[in-house]
Design a protein around this ligand. Structure first.
Ligand SMILES: Cc1cc2nc3c(=O)[nH]c(=O)nc-3n(C[C@H](O)[C@H](O)[C@H](O)COP(=O)(O)O)c2cc1C
Length: 136
């Protein structure tokens, strides 16, 4: 199993309905394929964490990289994991955030998993909180 984390920028002209369509698809498709993590949309940036079976995550990332709805992708983390850190988050359902208020639950979850022994959890928490700090 592995986790990948990246940031990117909205493509020019990405409108509300295209965003809603993307979010709906991502939440549904990832939940169906037992891919966990999160997608955050802030200040026209995407921040995503994907975790699951290694081949699935690699194949998905290759697809995402080519997607014209965003540009300037920078991979922040690509690491093997022993278990899915977001397995227990939101009942295992993939979640996408756009509003700051929705992130309270995420911070509560981070506080909880800090005490678990998943090695890359610290890195993922650090990357996520850093992103949110710079995109208030
Ligand atoms: C920012 C961003 C994040 C995405 N995240 C996912 C994702 O987590 N899961 C997913 O299935 N598709 C995601 N996609 C969509 C994929 O790029 C692709 O369109 C989708 O997997 C459908 O591919 P297919 O038509 O080859 O099945 C994302 C696209 C963008 C722009």
């Amino acid at each position: 199993m592995k986790a990948i984390c990246y940031i990117s920028n909205f493509a020019k002209g990405l409108n509300h309905s295209a965003i809603s369509e993307l979010i709906e698809f991502v939440n549904l498709n990832n939940t169906r394929h037992k891919i966990t993590g999160l997608l955050i949309l802030k200040n026209k940036h995407f921040f995503q964490i994907l975790e699951g079976e290694s081949q699935k995550i690699d194949a998905l990332y290759e697809k995402i990289k080519e997607d014209k709805r965003h540009k300037g992708i920078i991979k922040l983390l690509d690491t093997n994991i022993e278990g899915q850190i977001f397995d227990n988050y939101n009942g295992g359902k993939f979640e996408t955030f756009q509003k700051y208020a929705d992130m309270k639950r995420l911070y509560l979850y981070f506080n909880w998993i800090k005490n678990a022994n998943y090695l890359p959890a610290d890195k993922l928490i650090h990357l996520t909180t850093n992103f949110l700090k710079h995109n208030k």
